[in-house]
Ligand binder design. Structure first.
Ligand code: G
Ligand code: G
Ligand code: MN
Ligand code: NA
Length: 255
């Protein structure tokens, strides 16, 4: 029983939080960055999934406020971690952007504002867009992506392998990260999967993109992906989306 009004109040009542899922280097399992993921703990109905409430927020327009909230929280937390965990390259943060957010020209200004507000190094705040969103309107996407890139935002292509694009087509878009969708990653080790995964990784690298395998749930998947040439991974094998405090522990910043 989800009504738009409740979602509106949820944001005001701080029931909606931004959690963070680690993205690791497969070589040594160190944390390279995070993906910011919204979480809503409803006082009566318990945890609601963003796949449910993002769609509602898009219909009502609340996605604008919700998106700004997620963007600001994620950028602020990234700046904190970059200061406390210095390293080269610095930690990055990936923030999801929905279709309706992406259609607004204001998004460019919003992102420029947070990059300035938190003085984030070039490319470390990444905007994550799904392949299908980009393919909805490739002309608009190409123009927006170029502007975002010029501002110093990083760009991640999410859910790769589920939409209808090709790696050759991707040359038109200035993505620096390609995320292989979990549906593609999980059943590794059988038949042609490894061949296809290896080819995606190699082509993406040749096109100058980094590759993140999503939905890596087991250690043996992680080992296999590493041997297929994949450098980064995300999934339950390394941790689900968690609070900033839990991430602090993972980063060695808290007992
Ligand atoms: O974490 P997971 O089950 O729960 O997320 C479900 C879906 O919700 C994913 O497709 C994810 O991209 C989307 N999502 C999570 N957080 C955000 C957000 O801050 N903004 C947008 N637009 N989508 C989000
Ligand atoms: O933005 P995107 O649609 O990629 O959102 C990532 C989604 O995948 C979120 O719902 C997140 O909770 C989920 N997720 C993260 N790690 C794993 C995993 O190892 N296995 C599965 N099945 N889902 C995962
Ligand atoms: Mn994502
Ligand atoms: Na994805």
């Amino acid at each position: 029983v989800l009504i738009a009004g409740e979602l509106n109040r949820a944001l005001e009542r701080n029931e909606i939080k931004v959690h963070f899922q680690p993205i690791v280097r497969l070589e040594d399992r160190t944390i390279a960055g995070f993906e910011a993921l919204l979480r809503w703990e409803h006082p009566r109905y318990g945890r609601r999934s963003p796949s449910e409430f993002i769609a509602i927020a898009e219909e009502t327009g609340l996605i604008v406020d919700l998106g700004l909230f997620a963007l600001d929280e994620a950028a602020r937390q990234l700046a904190t971690w970059q200061a406390r965990v210095p390293g080269e390259p610095p930690l990055f943060m990936s923030v999801n952007v929905s279709s309706r957010q992406f259609l607004r020209q204001d998004l460019v200004q919003d992102i420029q504002n947070v990059l300035g507000r938190y003085a984030l190094p070039h490319g470390t705040l990444k905007i994550e867009l799904t392949e299908s969103l980009v393919m909805e309107n490739p002309e608009h996407a190409a123009q927006m992506l170029t502007r975002l890139r010029e501002l110093g935002a990083g760009l991640s292509l999410d859910d790769f392998g589920t939409g209808h694009s090709s790696l050759a087509y991707l040359q038109r878009f200035p993505f620096d990260v390609l995320k292989i969708d979990k549906s593609f990653v999980r059943p590794t080790g059988r038949g042609e999967r490894p061949v296809i995964l290896r080819s995606i990784v190699r082509l993406a690298h040749d096109l100058g993109m980094q590759v993140v395998a999503e939905g890596v749930e087991t250690d043996s998947d992680a080992v296999e992906l590493y041997h297929l040439g994949c450098v980064f991974a995300q999934g339950y094998a390394f941790g689900e989306a968690m609070s900033a405090e839990d991430c602090d522990r993972l980063l060695g910043l808290a007992p």
